[in-house]
Every structure is written in C-alpha cells, then in structure tokens.
Design a protein around this ligand. Structure first.
Ligand SMILES: Nc1ncnc2c1ncn2[C@@H]1O[C@H](COP(=O)(O)OP(=O)(O)OP(=O)(O)O)[C@@H](O)[C@H]1O
Length: 322
C-alpha cells in the first residue's frame, strides 16, 4: 500500500504542491492530469523521494519514504522513476541499459528478463546499439524498459509517451499497462493525453496551481466532473445554463460533452453550423445557438451555415443534473 498524507513541497521560488492525500493498493494505476506547470512532475519527484517535504509524509508498506537529507543515493529503493530526461547511460547499448538494475549474479535470468522487455517494447532492432545513437522515441522505450526490468513496487512515469510516434504508441501503451497489471506494479503517471487516462488509469488526480481539485476513480472524474477545468482536460466541452434548455438541474451551470448532444431532424433547439472538424470516425461541429458556441458530434459532414436541430441525451447527462 502506498499512502501519501497531506504532502506539501515548495521549490525555492515558492512554486510547488500542497494538500496532496491519497492511497493506492497493489497494482493500482493513477493518472496525474492538469495544465502545464500545475505540479505533476514536482509531485512525481516528491513521491520518489527527491525532495525533503515541507509537510506531510509518504509511506510504502511499513517504510517511510524520506528525502535527500536522509539518503546518500536519491530515490526510494523500491520505486523507479522515469523522468522527462530518461537518465540513460549514453555510451552503452540499449540492452545493457535495460539490465542496469538487474542483479549480476544470474546472467541467464537477466538475459531472459531483458529479452522479454526488448520484445515488449519492440527494441529488437536496436538492442545492440549505443543509446547515444538512438532516436528520442527509441530512448524513451529503452528508459521505460529499464525502470521495469527489476519490478518496482511503484513506478513513476513522467509523460512516458511524449517522444513516441502515434504508429507505435497505441500498441505500446496497451502492452505497458497490461504488463503493469500482470506484475501488480503501482503506476503513477503524468500525462496531457486523455487517451492515456481514460482506458488505463483506475484513479485520476486533477491538479491546478499545485493543489488537487479531484481524486476519484477515473470513470467518476470523467462522468461527474467537478468543474469546467476538470472536464476540459478530457477534450472539448460545453458549459451551459440548464434552465435555458429546460433541463431540471440543481446546479446553475452544467457540463456537457459534445457526444452528449444529439443532432437530429426534428429537435428541441435550432442552431447554425459555424465550423466542423474532421475527426476520422465523425466530425466535431461548432454550432451557434443564440449568441453561444456549442460543440456537438455529427456522423455526417454538415454544411457550414446550415440550420440543424439538437437535443440533449438525457440518459447520458442524467447523473450530472442532480
Ligand atoms: N526545480 C525547480 N525550481 C523552481 N521552480 C520549479 C522547479 N521545478 C518546477 N518548478 C515550478 O513549479 C511549478 C510546477 O512545475 P512542474 O514541472 O511540476 O509542472 P508540470 O505540471 O509537470 O508541468 P508540465 O506539464 O509542463 O511538465 C511550475 O511553476 C514550475 O515552474
């Protein structure tokens, strides 16, 4: 069990994180999301034990995670940290880097483990290549393999796919999170991509100005967002006055995702198509309703300037009306 109690840490310039509380069980995945500079990397580094906390504590099983004032080697030994800089040894091969944290007493076992990770992260072609000659995406994959080679209790991944192209990313991400579940490793990862968060995290923490705005199961953070900022981290979103649309809601404003608005032949409200954005399987449509912009999803490419009708999918937004 990982327990973070009332953690605060401030850099010398006064920027930092505070009021951080959460617990994770073996194998849980937590996504940290929030605008740039909200404190995701600072929190990841603090949990890893790179800072002497101003307040609060971090406990892993029966141990307390302490900062550099208490340790010669930075970082808590049962944890691994993938930083945005990767921290690889440039003049040794990918394979040697992956084996860095493995015990040297069992070379066959080490080889078996690194072969498994080389295959998992598609590194066969570059395993004998020196790290300094690899591309950014290849280095990032070696760095992920390295932090997982000797299974940590907790792995802290700071934007783990930031250098990896779309072509590989989807498959790699599925493989990584399946592997972490199989090995029952707690994973805390910082990301800007909703596609990392929704399918792969059990819990989500939303940070703003160094403070948590939300920490709940990811399904709840998404389906009952605390506010517009939290919902916006998942993509385009509408903030509407429910009374204006005849919705019986206790809140003065309601958050509605574009896919919760149905564009139909005969509908309650009429709007004009302002813009549409091709998304592959559908279009994001920006409609003008009275003086407001409203975003909806359309299966077909609606003509700019055309009049459309829309209504709300009451079933989908029901949980937010109360
Ligand atoms: N070593 C440092 N010294 C002083 N200020 C710092 C340091 N590291 C981060 N900060 C500041 O702390 C705040 C949080 O930074 P942090 O890197 O944790 O944000 P982040 O959410 O990870 O951002 P991004 O998504 O851009 O990576 C920012 O205002 C940043 O400028």
């Amino acid at each position: 069990m990982l327990k973070v109690n009332d953690l605060s840490y401030f850099h010398e310039n006064g920027q930092g994180i505070s009021e951080i509380n959460f617990e994770l069980k073996t194998g849980d995945h937590l996504a940290l999301i929030g605008e740039s500079g909200c404190g995701k990397s600072t929190l990841i580094k603090a949990i890893y034990g790179l800072f002497d906390l101003d307040e609060g504590s971090i406990h892993w099983k029966n141990d307390r995670v302490l900062g550099p004032a208490h340790n010669l080697v930075p970082g808590f030994p049962s944890f691994k940290h993938l930083s945005q800089e990767f921290d690889l040894m440039p003049f040794t091969t990918s394979e040697e880097n992956i084996q860095k944290y493995l015990s040297r007493e069992t070379p066959q076992e080490n080889k078996k483990r690194s072969d498994e990770l080389v295959a998992l992260f598609d590194l066969e072609d570059v395993k004998d290549q020196k790290v300094k000659t690899l591309s950014g995406g290849q280095k990032q994959r070696v760095a992920i393999a390295q932090v997982l080679a000797k299974p940590p209790g907790v792995v802290l991944l700071d934007e783990p796919f930031s250098h990896i192209d779309q072509f590989l990313k989807h498959q790699l991400r599925r493989r990584l999170f399946q592997f972490l579940k199989k090995e029952k490793i707690i994973c805390i990862f910082a990301t800007h991509d909703a596609d990392d968060v929704l399918p792969f995290s059990d819990y989500t923490m939303v940070l703003k100005n160094g403070k948590p705005l939300d920490f709940r199961p990811t399904t709840e953070v998404y389906s009952k967002p605390k506010n517009f900022y939290c919902a916006s981290l998942f993509g385009d979103v509408n903030l509407l006055d429910p009374k204006e649309f005849g919705l019986d809601s206790k809140t003065p404003e309601i958050i509605i995702y574009p896919h919760e608005i149905e564009i139909i032949q005969e509908g309650d409200f009429q709007a004009e198509v302002k813009s549409r954005y091709f998304k592959g399987s559908n279009y994001l449509v920006e409609m003008k309703y009275q003086s407001k912009s409203i975003f909806a999803i359309s299966e077909v490419n609606l003509e700019k300037g055309s009049k459309v009708n829309f209504q709300f999918s009451q079933k989908r937004i029901y949980s937010r009306l109360n």
